[in-house]
Design a protein around this ligand. Structure first.
Ligand code: ZN
Length: 279
């Protein structure tokens, strides 16, 4: 029996031009559009996902932290952090207290934490996992762990000083339309596939739970509606690469019944509850 549970760790509000950029716009133009945009999304959930598997419990992403709103936590020289996105997390909404409320002790009960990518709203809860195995894509870690990360939505200066993730390469066999993969469990039912575009080295987590497959997309797409409309986000470093990723996810879902679960899609919670697959 393999199950997936969503854990909400607060809310994020972003510019609409971040959620979906204008088609034909390049990576830089999309950033300019975000700064100019006056339209904001509704508050969106910041989701982590708990996978229960015979080999253990796996947590995908760690959400953000209440400290995001402490003056000085975000670097002021980069207005993207402070002006273009709004993160609201109460202390008890962090992933650690959320797990505790489910009677789950990270040190005892979580086999591994898996990061899809290194943006701050996915790494902010790392502090709750000092004793855990943490798995992350090597390409993203290499790219974002230095100063470049602070320019591009990451806060490596806030990562716990013990943070030394187990870095993985996409050196496993192709999976459907994805050219490579990386197995997480011995039975191959949890695996990573490359979904670049939103961030370098971005990975999604595939969970094959018997008659249904869960696709934990991280930020490869913000919502299922964005995916279906081929809408590439404003964050992308390369719209063509992002579009290839969106089409690969759709091709994957055409091959097996798949519930799409991005990290910020409010409708994902309903799809998960009702096991509603991407048609
Ligand atoms: Zn992201």
């Amino acid at each position: 029996m393999i199950t997936v549970t969503a854990i909400e760790t607060g809310k994020a509000v972003m510019k609409k031009a971040q959620q979906a950029g204008r088609s034909g716009r390049g990576a830089i133009g999309r950033k300019i559009d975000i700064f100019r945009d006056r339209r904001w999304t509704d508050p969106l959930p910041i989701l982590c996902f708990l996978i229960e598997h015979p080999e253990g419990r796996f947590l995908v992403d760690t959400g953000d932290t209440w400290r995001n709103s402490v003056p000085g936590y975000l670097p002021r020289w980069n207005p993207f952090f402070t002006r273009e996105v709004s993160i609201k997390v109460a202390p008890q909404e962090e992933v650690g207290p959320r797990l505790a409320a489910m009677n789950i002790d990270p040190a005892r009960d979580i086999a591994a934490v898996i990061l899809t990518h290194f943006h701050h709203d996915h790494t902010g809860g790392l502090d709750h996992f000092p004793h855990n195995r943490i798995i992350a894509p090597r390409e993203g870690y290499g790219f974002y762990s230095g100063f470049k990360g602070q320019l591009l939505g990451c806060l490596p200066q806030r990562w716990p000083i013990w943070f030394k993730p187990e870095l993985v390469d996409m050196d496993g066999p192709p999976v459907g339309p994805f050219p490579a993969s990386h197995p997480i469990t011995r039975d191959g039912r949890i695996l990573l596939v490359p979904t670049p575009g939103h961030a370098k080295g971005h990975a999604s987590v595939v969970v094959r739970a018997g008659d249904i497959t869960y696709f934990l997309a991280g930020d490869a797409t913000y919502t299922q509606a964005n995916l279906l409309a081929d809408e590439v986000d404003g964050v992308t470093y390369n719209p063509a690469i992002s579009l290839t990723t969106l089409r690969a996810i759709k091709a994957f879902a055409a091959q097996e019944p798949t519930v799409l679960l991005p990290a910020h899609d409010p409708d994902g919670l309903v799809r998960l509850r009702e096991r509603r697959v991407l048609a």
